[in-house]
Ligand binder design. Sequence first.
Ligand SMILES: C=C(O[C@@H]1C=C(C(=O)O)C=C[C@H]1O)C(=O)O
Length: 247
Amino acid sequence: MNKIRISAVSYTNTKPFLYGLQHSAIKDRIDLSLDMPSDCAQKLIDNKVDIGLIPVAATLSLPHWEIVSAYCIGAVGPVNSVFIFSNCPIEQATKIQLDPESRSSNNLAKVLLKNYWKVQPQQILNAPDYAESTDPLTAFVQIGDRTFGKTEEYKYVYDLAGEWQKFTGLPFVFAAWIANKPIPDDFIKEFDQALRHGLAHRHELLKELPQRADFDLEDYLMHKLDFDLTEDKKKALYLFLDYIKAL
Ligand SMILES: C=C(O[C@@H]1C=C(C(=O)O)C=C[C@H]1O)C(=O)O
């Protein structure tokens, strides 16, 4: 049988899932690539893979999509790796630079700016200096490992999963395991078992990861990230998609 092609996120947040896949027999049934989230989405849209751990915002670009796992990259409150960094209070920012690696968080920033902070700074895609701001009125979105240890560098720091929870009272789903075609039930079952195995072995994984003085990896993988795709998270996912459509 042909292998199932899978694109997963290349950040630390996905390492528990990778640990599970690599320590399960399913590794021989998959062809796995690691990509930045925007590329996970594009590969699924272009049918270069069958399943992707894709930013949920990208489902709006798929003619057909199905959630194939009970797990996700989510958070209940602050996630500690998805931020708007700013030199001024967000209500005063005139420009917001978006992160080219993101699809969900860029949209989450847009949804919150419009509906929660009720401001409309100019949105800048692909700014040459997208990962920093020296301008007093320019803020920027940043996701993933590049944000680790960066919260001391800017005067105003907004954790977007935390802000979403203040706005809606709900958790948030950044990325979910999504297929662009029907996947055999036996594969889905084995795949989810492997992901569950990885989540159950996060302490073993943490021993393999290089520790950092400026970021609490254990707190991040054990507490800040919340991997269960609960009913509340699904509710949040569909609400988020509705907000994006209304942008
Ligand atoms: C929590 C995170 O979630 C992510 C954010 C994504 C996005 O903004 O599109 C997509 C996948 C996840 O990696 C993170 O990257 O820090």
